[in-house]
Design a protein around this ligand. Structure first.
Ligand code: HEM
Length: 536
């Protein structure tokens, strides 16, 4: 906003000054001081030297020098858009969350789609999982549903996340690949982590090369809780279904598209929204109770497992329409900060150890990525409801705090008193029962890593199965270390013999012995022991 509040007497009105000679806004420094020449530094004489005194030059160069901030440690490449979510009904029998409380109630949203492994400048059509992160600016604060387009995850416990990510990112001794899973360190890690097998199958399927962000599903993955105003709770799994339907490309197309237009997905989203063809996604939940959780074959706290929709169908809650592109990619798409810890009353966590770890990681990383605890005040991150607390100061503080007390309890009144906690507000954190000894060993209920991988394989059509076989053969074929291929084939035998055989055939390899079908959570073992487990 270049409007001036004071007008220098000698130059006419501020408006005139800021109209500039060509009718555009007049250029100023970051301090608002008119720039009289944007082509030349201040020099002594005709040919220099340059003068340190040139504040306009220093202002410009200094700001440029600091333009870059760290890219996200994962999901660095992404694209965002604004939207609106509308509730289909009054769902207060399920959750007290305000946004679901009334038919037709609208809530503004911001979505960022992303790839996971690639750097910020990598190509859109990489074979990879896609992020599907949504910020709901509700009347009761921001709810972030930070999901992916695949309903399961590679690991069960957040403590393995840095290892997973280090393995998939570029290799530290060579600096490649910058956006692909087809390399030794990734498959080395996956082959030693049987719990990753289920997701590895999804990642080798057509899901990992979507036609565009408009034709993708999204999943909250973890089991969450819904809590009603009178304290009743159920477990839920979140699902996004694209109203446009689902579409993928085939690998040959993906490779060509990456070469011809690395921005294919972001361009597609931008074009669709700009032309009024707004993408829509239906949000639904699978709802189940403790009795179902106890009777289910797998642990509902295990993020490497799904709950089949045939067993628990999805109940639709509402629809999101993406209707506005960003004005500025940096200030919106890049500065947006999603955090799994952002849940609103009526939505709560479970003890999924992956979710619990995420609840620490996001805000933590954003402190270094965005540089200040006050990034919550950036327009894209700021709640659209009133905010009141006693958090003070810090780098880049914009909130103009009034009144006297900045602590509580305090004995002041009126404007000096500040906010008070709503101690009677319901629902509060769900009072989950917690007991047991502190221990690291994973429960036995997390130990079956292959049954659901087998179900996924069987659910695929013949064409889709061929794509999975081809993808495994292509990816493993890129591995330089033969033992990695052998170990991976040993794991695939536990998924399905024909899958393993077909991949082995494409790789011109003999099928190795199957790895143990059940692997107790023994990842605390040194790798040499883990290797011998696989060899047994
Ligand atoms: C970023 C999804 C597991 C740490 C993201 C983003 C998505 C996502 C969609 C990008 C958000 C954006 O567009 O800004 C998931 C899903 C997971 C998972 C679905 C498993 C179910 C984890 C775990 C950790 C983790 C276990 C760490 C313990 C991070 C970090 C970022 C990130 C540090 C960067 C955030 C930022 O810089 O703003 N994740 N993630 N994620 N994730 Fe995860």
């Amino acid at each position: 906003d270049n409007e001036r509040t004071t007008s220098p007497d000698t130059r006419g009105t501020g408006d005139e000054l800021h109209q500039g000679v060509s009718g555009g806004n007049a250029m100023t420094t970051s301090q608002g001081i008119p720039v009289t020449d944007d082509q030349n530094q201040l020099r002594a004489g005709d040919r220099g030297p340059s003068l340190l005194q040139d504040a306009a030059f220093r202002d410009k160069i200094m700001h440029f020098d600091h333009e870059r901030i760290p890219e996200r440690v994962v999901h660095a490449r992404g694209y965002g858009a604004h939207g609106v979510f509308e509730s289909y009904d009054d769902h207060s029998g399920l959750t007290a969350a305000y946004l679901f409380g009334k038919k037709g109630r609208q809530t503004e949203t911001f979505v960022r789609f992303s790839t996971v492994a690639g750097n910020m400048g990598s190509a859109d059509l990489a074979r990879d999982v896609r992020g599907f992160a949504t910020k709901f600016y509700t009347e009761e604060g921001n709810w972030d549903l930070v999901g992916n387009n695949i309903p399961v995850f590679f690991i069960q416990d957040a403590i393995k996340f840095p290892d997973l990510v280090h393995s998939v990112k570029e290799e530290q001794d060579r600096g490649w690949p910058q956006a692909a899973s087809a390399h030794d360190t990734f498959w080395d890690f996956i082959s030693l982590m049987p719990e990753s097998t289920h997701m590895a199958l999804w990642a080798m399927s057509d899901r990992a090369i979507p036609r565009s962000f408009r034709f993708m599903e999204g999943f909250g993955i973890h089991t969450f809780r819904f809590v009603t105003a009178d304290g009743k709770s159920s477990f839920v799994k979140f699902h996004w279904k694209p109203v446009q339907g689902m579409q993928s490309v085939v690998w040959n197309e993906a490779v060509k598209i990456n070469g011809a237009d690395a921005d294919f997905h972001r361009r597609d989203l931008w074009n669709a929204i700009q032309s009024g063809d707004f993408p829509e996604y239906e949000l639904g939940v699978q709802v189940f109770d403790d009795a179902f959780a106890d009777s289910f074959d797998f642990d509902v706290l295990d993020s490497t497992k799904i709950i089949p929709e045939e067993i628990v169908p999805i109940r639709p809650l509402g629809k999101m329409t993406l209707n506005r592109v960003v004005d500025n990619v940096f200030s919106e798409t890049e500065q947006v900060a999603f955090m799994t810890q952002n849940v609103v009353p009526g939505i709560d966590f479970t003890n999924d150890p992956l979710l619990q770890g995420r609840n620490f990681s996001y805000l933590d990383t954003q402190l270094s990525r965005l540089g200040s605890t006050n990034h919550t005040q950036l327009p894209v991150n700021a709640p659209k409801c009133p905010v009141a607390h006693f958090q003070r100061d810090g780098h880049m503080q914009f909130a103009h705090q009034r009144g006297r007390a900045n602590y509580e309890p305090n004995g002041f009144s009126g404007d000096d008193r500040g906010p008070r906690a709503l101690t009677t507000f319901q629902p509060d954190t769900y009072p989950t029962k917690v007991e047991g000894e502190a221990r690291r060993l994973r429960a036995e209920s997390f130990a079956d890593h292959y049954s659901q991988a087998n179900q996924f394989w069987k659910s695929q059509t013949e064409v889709e199965q061929k794509h999975i076989v081809d993808a495994f053969a292509f990816e493993l074929g890129k591995c330089e270390i033969p033992e990695i291929r052998t170990r991976m084939l040993g794991n695939l035998r536990n998924v399905d013999e024909s899958l393993a055989q077909r991949v082995a055939d494409e790789l011109a390899m003999e099928l190795p012995e199957a790895s143990p079908a059940k692997v107790a959570p023994r990842h605390d073992l040194p790798v040499s022991d883990a290797l011998s487990i696989v060899k047994n």
